[in-house]
Ligand binder design. Structure first.
Ligand code: SAM
Ligand code: SF4
Length: 330
């Protein structure tokens, strides 16, 4: 086993696999209303190729956790079978899914049966009109039905990820927290990052973790949970004495790059050693040219070594990566 170690001593054990860059929502902080130029089908890894690369990562490179994401992973037709085959690998990883939950109502039970352990659902509001404003689709009831189905299927603890946008839903943080606590979901707020396709992100516009605390503390008593953060990006707080908790992921204002244990594989078979990396390492082309598992593993190890120490968002020379979050895999 060769760990995915970078030149700063960090070891990646958590693999994010993007299964598609396509999506059935159009969250305005993620992509434009008209969508994006999707990857052509022949560039997207096949189910066999995805499972092969996950096998290499888990059996040769020490990866222990796999999160399927996108784009919207539920629009990938082979998802349940990919999960089932990943669960059957010799070194079975922990498996989770990051999803907008559209259609999860119909697939949650099958995903759980195939071996999926957990889901994270992205939901920024529980008001239908705000949901439609953010996602440009009037689908809130489907998301809520998906969340309920995930809970019923035992895909828990179900986490809910929310992004707050100034003047849109930043006044709804408390309402969302109350609702998730009532439903038994674990809410985590994520700072908005400069990863949108439109390049519309502005540091001065984003809602910071400090602002999120100020807003929540008007309605709740938040106490640091005392759990060591380790490589988990969320700072956790108990709410009103517990047991409920809320997390804040301050990727921009309190980066956790020094503890990062992540590596990413895009839907077209490129390894990215960081969400913000400006370079990628191609595994698809050598794989299709007949490279062995050992050769692909070696390329993967090399791709990780050069991971930069931090994302540098606050550096005046910061440049957004060429691909947006939806094409990298969030
Ligand atoms: N479609 C799935 C979903 O929405 O959960 C998976 C992919 S999506 C890119 C993954 C996560 O990234 C979502 O929680 C979404 O809210 C978040 N996201 C997208 N663009 C973002 C941005 N610019 N800053 C912070 N989070 C973002
Ligand atoms: Fe789709 Fe997720 Fe981006 Fe929303 S955040 S547009 S659901 S990929």
């Amino acid at each position: 086993m060769t760990p995915l170690r970078d030149n700063h001593g960090r070891i990646a054990t958590d693999l994010r696999v993007s299964l598609t860059d396509r999506c059935n929502l159009r969250c305005n902080y993620c992509m434009p209303a008209e969508g994006l130029d999707w990857l052509p089908d022949d560039k997207v890894l096949t189910d066999d190729e995805v499972v092969r690369l996950i096998g290499i990562a888990t059996e040769r490179l020490g990866v222990q956790e796999v999160r399927f994401t996108g784009g919207e992973p539920l629009v990938r037709r082979g998802l349940v079978e990919i999960v089932r085959r990943t669960a059957q690998l010799a070194h079975r990883p922990e498996m989770s899914l990051t999803t907008n939950a559209l259609g999860l109502k119909h697939t949650a039970a099958a995903l759980a049966e195939a071996g999926l352990d957990r889901v994270n659902v992205s939901l920024d509001t529980i008001r239908p009109e705000t949901f439609a404003e953010i996602t440009r689709r009037d689908r809130l009831p489907d998301v809520i039905a998906g969340l309920m189905a995930a809970r019923a299927a035992g895909l828990g603890p179900v986490k809910v990820n929310a992004v707050l946008l100034r003047g849109v839903n930043d006044d709804q943080a408390g309402e969302l927290l109350r609702w998730t606590i009532d439903q038994g979901f674990h809410l985590r707020f994520i700072e908005q990052m400069p990863l949108d396709a439109q390049h519309a992100w502005h540091r001065e516009q984003m809602i910071t973790a400090d602002e999120i605390f100020t807003r929540l503390e008007k309605e709740f008593v938040l106490t640091p949970s005392g759990e060591p953060r380790g490589s988990a990006p969320a700072e956790l707080f108990t709410v009103d004495g517990g047991p409920a908790t809320v997390g804040v992921i301050a990727s921009v204002t309190r980066p956790f790059c020094g503890d990062c244990d992540r590596v990413r594989l895009t839907a077209d078979g490129q390894v990215r050693n960081c969400l913000f990396a400006r370079t990628e390492s191609d595994l698809r082309t050598p794989m299709r040219a007949g490279a062995s598992d050992a050769e692909l593993a070696e390329r993967w190890v090399r791709a990780m070594a050069t991971k930069l120490p931090g994302h540098g968002i606050d550096d005046p020379a910061f440049l957004q990566p060429a691909r947006p979050m939806s094409a990298i895999g969030g």
